[in-house]
Design a protein around this ligand. Structure first.
Ligand code: GLN
Length: 282
């Protein structure tokens, strides 16, 4: 029988050997989830023995992590904004950077009691639209994705919202979806230039869905198509918030301006990279 303390040291050693930087942190995360204990409780369980099946699960998790599988897929969950979301490899893992979209909507519309219509183009796990509707409790929302498997994941996350009758997920092309009726459009499209794949971590390139990450035309094709579609299906005063990648702010801003959007703000992430563009339809 193996005690938690010993299991952690085995885990740490194995992960370190494979080049995992936060090996102890990650081993702890895996154990905490197997034992279903909090951070504080882990300290008190260090001498507790793992059952045979718990240790087997731990070993299988370690094997997966040693092959670079992201922890979020191993545990089938990722924290975003104020909740934990179910995730599997059909959707992008929600990133802390994308929380800027939620912050910017809150800055733009401080009255959370407003009745608004939100749409999330390329909803993936549904993390954006669910977090928004949790803040704006009288508003409605639709999440669009062109992957059937992603929609299944988003549907599973729907119960994060208590009154979830106001949210629907639709399998549809997020590039041609009719957006006229919506007040706020949020979108974190695939935006990574395909040529950048060689500089990316194996955790991402070998596990996360490429169709949620990569975009043709140096990463701009979806912005181009979506902004054109927004212009064709618009309502004046609509607010649009895009997540953008490194070095994309100027091009996307120009696309918006030439399609009759007024730029409201470009917000940097914590690394100082412009990450979110906020605009309004004029
Ligand atoms: N909207 C989801 C997110 O922000 C998925 C985005 C995507 O798949 N590109 O995580």
């Amino acid at each position: 029988m193996i005690a938690v303390r010993e299991a952690l040291s085995i885990g740490r050693e194995q992960l370190t050997k494979k080049g995992v930087i936060n090996s102890l942190f990650e081993a702890k995360l895996l154990i905490k989830n197997i034992l279903k204990v909090s951070d504080e409780d882990l300290i008190f369980t260090s001498e507790v023995f793992l059952s045979e099946s718990q240790f087997k699960t731990f070993q299988s998790f370690l094997e997966r992590r040693k092959k670079s599988e992201p922890i979020a897929y191993i545990l089938n969950k990722k924290e975003f904004w104020k909740d934990y979301f179910y995730v599997n490899n059909s959707t992008l893992i929600p990133r802390p950077d994308s929380e800027i979209i939620i912050e910017m909507v809150l800055n733009l519309i401080p009255n959370k009691d407003k009745k608004l219509k939100f749409v999330d183009l390329g909803t993936g796990s549904g993390c954006l639209i669910i977090s928004l509707l949790k803040e704006y409790k009288y508003s409605d929302g639709v999440g669009i994705d062109n992957s059937k498997e992603a929609i299944k994941v988003a549907e599973k996350n729907k119960n994060i919202l208590t009154n979830n009758g106001r949210l629907s997920f639709k399998l549809a092309d997020f590039v041609t979806f009719n957006t006229t009726e919506f007040d706020v459009i949020v979108c974190n499209p695939p935006y990574v230039n395909k040529n950048d794949i060689k500089n990316m971590q194996k955790d991402v390139t070998c596990y996360e869905p490429h169709q949620a990450i990569f975009a043709d035309e140096e990463g701009f094709i979806y912005y181009k198509k979506i902004i054109r579609n927004l212009n064709n299906n618009h309502k004046c005063g609509q607010k649009v918030l895009f997540e953008i990648g490194l070095g994309q702010a100027e091009v996307v801003t120009n696309m918006l301006k030439s399609n009759d959007f007024r730029l409201i703000h470009v917000k940097d992430d914590i690394a100082g990279i412009p990450r979110c563009i906020v605009a309004e339809k004029i």
